[in-house]
Design a binder for this molecule. Structure first.
Ligand SMILES: *Cc1c(COP(=O)(O)O)cnc(C)c1O
Length: 230
């Protein structure tokens, strides 16, 4: 675990090296791959060294945790960008729009409408990703594959959201490649450019398929001991 700036720097260099290698190895390479450092469950003191080491893009999956952790860090590092990568309840939309810079988990009309209204009210028109339930898993968040194109259309025209891309989490225990490839195809159908896919275990595969954003947690910060809420 990287608890010092030097340790964080080393962990970052290692992951960025792997990202860069994957980007060059497979063609046509995405222009650039954004590393979203997933800091959920890690306290501010363990995140700060990564900011000191130059990492400015982070992901959190819970509004409440972000609210406790990030305003202080943001005061120290005004250039940082925070992505919401976990499920969002409609009653937390106001806080989420205030706290985050990118919303990656737009997956239903009620949420999209609430986000659109809050962004219009505050003038914070954040880039959004539509989360797709790429494996068609009953318990998983995300819009159904067959509804994605229509939903992206509604997000844009009815709710005024700035949809920049698609995001997915493939099913556990299966090769992720075909799911990533499917998301790429869907993104083409929806005319969105960005693809948030790939985590610690599979980000190189995701980059090979065309990921523009990879969400890497444990490979950077170490193992998470706190159980994650669903
Ligand atoms: C926790 C989480 C990640 C990071 O997972 P690691 O396997 O630790 O890299 C990425 N995306 C989402 C949506 C997550 O909840």
């Amino acid at each position: 675990m990287a608890e010092t700036a030097a340790g964080a720097s080393q962990a970052l260099d290692y992951i960025k090296g792997r990202i860069e290698k994957a980007r060059r190895r497979f063609g046509p390479p995405p222009e650039s791959v954004e590393l979203v450092a997933v800091s959920k469950t890690f306290p501010a003191d363990q995140v700060r060294p990564f900011l000191v080491a130059g990492q400015l893009v982070f992901g959190e999956n819970r509004v409440q945790e972000a609210k406790e952790k990030w305003p202080g860090l943001r005061a120290e590092f005004p250039g940082l960008s925070l992505h919401l990568i976990g499920p969002l309840q409609t009653n937390k939309v106001r806080e989420a729009v205030a706290l985050f810079d990118v919303i990656e988990t737009v997956d239903r009309d009620k949420l999209a409408k609430a986000l659109g209204e809050e962004m219009a009210r505050t003038g914070r028109r954040l880039p959004c990703f539509v989360q797709v339930n790429i494996g068609g898993e009953e318990q998983k968040a995300g819009i159904a594959v067959s509804e994605t194109a229509d939903f992206v259309g509604r997000c844009r025209s009815d709710y005024g959201l700035n949809v920049v891309g698609l995001m997915c989490i493939p099913p556990d225990g299966q090769p992720p490649g075909p799911y990533f490839a499917h998301l790429v195809q869907l993104a083409r159908d929806c005319a969105v450019e960005k693809l948030s896919m790939g985590m610690s275990g599979d980000f190189e595969t995701a980059i090979a398929m065309g990921a523009t954003h990879v969400r890497v947690g444990s490979a950077l910060f170490g193992r998470r001991f706190t159980p994650e809420p669903a």
